[in-house]
Every structure is written in structure tokens, then in C-alpha cells.
Design a protein. Sequence first.
Length: 636
Amino acid sequence: MVNQGVLVQLLLASLATSQQLFSTTSGPTALLPQCSTKHIPSSTSHAVASSSSHGTSKFRYRALDTVRYATSVPSATSTPTYAAPSKSLATLLPSLEYTTWGKWDPDATITASDSAETYGQAAWTALWRDADPVGFPEKSVFSTTVSPTPVPSNELVLPPRDYFGPSDCYDFPKGFSFGVSSSASQIEGATADEGKAPSIMDIIVRDNKPKAYVTNENYYYYKQDIERIAAMGVKEYAFTIAWTRILPFALPGTPVNRKAIDHYDDVINFVLEKGMVPVITLTHFDLPLQFFEDPQAQGQNLTKEELQQLDYITAGYANETFTDAFVNYAKIVLTHYADRVPVWVTFTQPPALGSGKAVYNVINSHAQVYHFYKEKIKGTGKVSIKFNANFGVPRNATDDADIFAADYYNSAQFGAYLNPILFGKDYPESFKNLTGGNYVKLTDNDKKYFKGTLDLLGLDAYSPVVVSPPVAGDTSSIQTCLANSSAPLQPWCIQSSNINVYGWNIGYRSQSYVYTAPTFIREEINYVYQNWPIPMAIMEFGFPVYHERSKDLVDQLFDTPRSQYYLGYLTEVLKAIHEDHVPITGVYAWSFVDNWEFGDYDQQFGLQKVNLTTQERYYKKSFFELVDFMKARGVK
């Protein structure tokens, strides 16, 4: 028999212990690793009766929920700078012409009156008319910038914890960066507003699948989105600038859109005002349509059928005008914002597949931007480029042919860029074979100019792909396939799947290509660092829960599979840092909000749910647990 007074004392002791772990008024501490714990007598865990006689005492419910709140980022008291003020950098560029344009309405009967002007409203309208976006426009909620409001405390209460969680005892290094990511074409909406011209992303979906004309309306709602991120305690916000907003006519010598310059200036300033850090990518697949002209069609755009081909984006990078145009665009952006931004990413997942000209143009463009930033602007921040998620692991890690196939696949993707950019070396043989010899040979001057033009390597690492040769056990079958343009496994000429050698999926399946397979991220980190040693950051990683969008709202928000993905993934990142000694400087979760996934809204990667009708946002459980994990492991 247990004395009731003793029970009460034990319960009070248990509650006191809980209060040490779970603050009821301050920030998240729930996921501190249980490296050492005091032994608590087992009798405290089922203290529900006060008598040994059944039915003689009243059952007492325990208060199992603890009330804890996310801790907001404190507002900035000072702002570090990374370059001279933008006004003093203006002299680095030729004299720029600034102008503004309006909003395109395909149903409007009024025509622009400035048809004689090369870059006037009529010419800008013609860009959209020629692009012919399907099903435009869609209904939007906002038409002007929304003023932010504080996030109410009842939205910041942390959810119940999962029973099992990470058991590691590692902290992230001092100064480790933690942020959330997004891209312009996937969240901004306002597609043909305030002078934005069409990009490839505006027309790539030609059927009845969802378009990005409205999506999250972040172009007008950015202040509230930033307010919500800061309220969760996230320090860094990674976003992209839309090239077709800054330069609607894309090419050097064309007017700069004043409204776009002012818009992104305000985004950056509001991020800083909220105590956060902006991290900016210059392009995220959304290339201007001007780079998709068919030279055989006398200046006309590629046909709708051609735009559906696998290498549609590669065709844009390979355009003869691309390099000068991208560098011009980058210089305009850098001279306006370099003083306030510490990290610049030139390209997102540039193509290794397809034209060797595209790869050369990306490397050349990136190197020119790097030299301009370091030598002309004299920027003290970092220049990065981020690479694709498709890391190959051998189907059988003890089979030489499978290992060869994985090495070929990975070295072609990474080495095509990192050999020249880091080492000033030639492309790897795997890439040369992949292109069938269709690549731009690097001169000695190229290699010298490209070498060392990277401060930080970005990885968009979601989950791996299982790789083996076309013919099991036969490494020569890769070359045989590459030599046959009609081979079924063209263009990569490998067998790829998500099933391991024993017939199991590599992890829990998501709504897309991502699987919960956290141990492989450590493998990728080590592979990349051993071959191209440079500090790196995980610039994108995330998980769209299977059939999440079809669930009731309350079930969408309790997204345990996403939490398990993030916490397992980050546990492996910590092992790579502490046990493998890889210099990983930060992680950025994709995405801070559900967004448009290139014709799809069912793949919900977001840490917040979005009602696309009302544009309301709702925090998901994984957002709290991700922040909780980082804070508990030393990220400030």
C-alpha cells in the first residue's frame, strides 16, 4: 500500500522535474537530449489511486499537457554591413534607366498609347501576350502590400511531443546558421503585376494542372510571412529575387523596374527590422522567356511541345545571350543590396544533364559574379551555388559495379561544376562521357579564372536515389548505353530506384520523390567533402507528407512524419559535424510554407499550411519541433 501523502510528495517532485525541462513561459526546451537523468521511482508513473481498495477512491486525471511558447526573434538593435552603401556602388555600373510598368489584364479593351516606345507599356504587354499563359488570371486576395500584425500567443503554443525522439548529445557549432527557404516563382504570385515579365515558370504548365499566377501571394503578403517566421524564433530567411521583375526585358541595356527594386529593398529591410538575416538566391529555375527562342524559327519562342521536353531549362542556360545577361542582372542586384546581405547564391540546381554549353555558361556566369562581388564591390559576405538533391547510393554497397555506377552518377553531377570552380581543373571523365563529347573545352585562362570562386557550397539534399548499371554487375553497360541515343535508360544510362538490395523502400515514402532516409545525408555530406573540401550548408531539405492535403486541417497540422524526417536528418548532420569533422555552417528547411510545386499543390513541403482561398497560414507541429531541436542544441 502506498501512503497518499507520499504519493502527493512524489507527484510534486515529478512536476518540479518537468518544470525544469519544459518552461511554461519561455522558449522551447523540449527536445534536449536525455544524456543523463535522475532515477525516479516507478511508483510515480501510475499514481492514480489513493487506496488499495478498488472503487473506494476517485480517479484523478493528470495534467499531461504543458504550455510552452515559441520564442520570437528579438528586433534588431544594429545591422551589420557587408559592402559599401548602394549609392556609392552605383558608379560600378553604366548609367541605368529606371521605369515602371503596370498590370497585365488579357481581357482589357484599353491598349497602351506608347506603342512607339521600345520598352514602354505596350512592349511590356506584348511580352505577356506572346507568352500566352494558360488560364490566366486567377482570383487573388491582395493587390497591395499587407501591413503586418503581431502573431497572437495562442498560435505559438508548442504541440504535444512524440513519445520517441532523438537521443544524441551533440550541439551545433557556435555561429551555426538556421533558417527557412522559399523561391519567388513558388510563393510570390502577382505574376503580371507591377511590371513583372513572364518567366519559363509562368508558362511551363500547359494543361489543367495548377499554375503559380497567385499561389501564396507573398509579393503582397511578405511582411506578415516574415512576421510569422520571426515569431517562431527562426533567425535566417532564404528567398529568391525574380529576374523578370528586376529586368522585364531581361537583357543588358534594357530598363530597370523601379517598383521591383523598391520591393526587394523593403523585403530585405523588413527582414533586418525583425532581427533576422536575409540570404538571397539570384535565380531558382525562373529564367526569362527571352532565353528560350528557337534559332530555327526566326526569333519565335520555342513551341509549347518543345517546352515540355526534359531539357527545357537547360535550353535557357545554353542560350548565347545568357551569360552577359545574367551577369548584368546580378550586378544590378548586388550594387543595390550587397551592403545588407551576407550570403549570395548564384544558381539553384544548375543542370548537369544535357548541353555542355549550359554547364559552361553557368560556371562562367558564376565566376564573373564572384569576381565582381569580391574585387569591385569588395563584399565581405559569401558567394555560393547550390546543387541538386539526387545523390546516388549503390544498390549494393559491396558490389563493385554498383559502386562504379554511383561514382559515375555523382561525379558527373558535382564534378562538372566543382572541378573548375574549386580546383581550376577540367571536367571529370564521367561528365564528358555523359555529354557524348558535347561540352565546351576549358582553356588554361578559363581554369585560372574559375578557380576558387566559391566561399560556401550549398546542397539541396532531400533524400538519395538507389543506383546500379543498366546490366547488373557490368560497368561497361553504362558506356554502351551512352553510345546509343535510343537506349531506354538514356540520358543518364543507369538503373535508378528507391528500393534497396533487399527489396525494401529506402525509407518512409512522401508525396513526392523524398523518402525518410536520414542516414544517407551523412553519406552525401562525406562524399562531397572528401572530393571537394569546402565549407557547406544544407540549403534545402524537406518532406511532403503522403496525402497530407486530403486530410482535415487539424490532421494536416499534426505532421509527425515530417517531424521525424527533420529530426532524424539533423541528427545525422550533427554526426557529420562532430564525428566526421565536416565544416557544415548551416541548414535551411524547405519550405517555410506550403507552396506551388511546378504544377502541383498536393506536394506540401511547408512548415505552415496555407488556405489558398483565404491565404490564412497555420503553423504545423513540425515547425515547432524543428525550432525546438535547434534551440535545444545551441542555435541562438
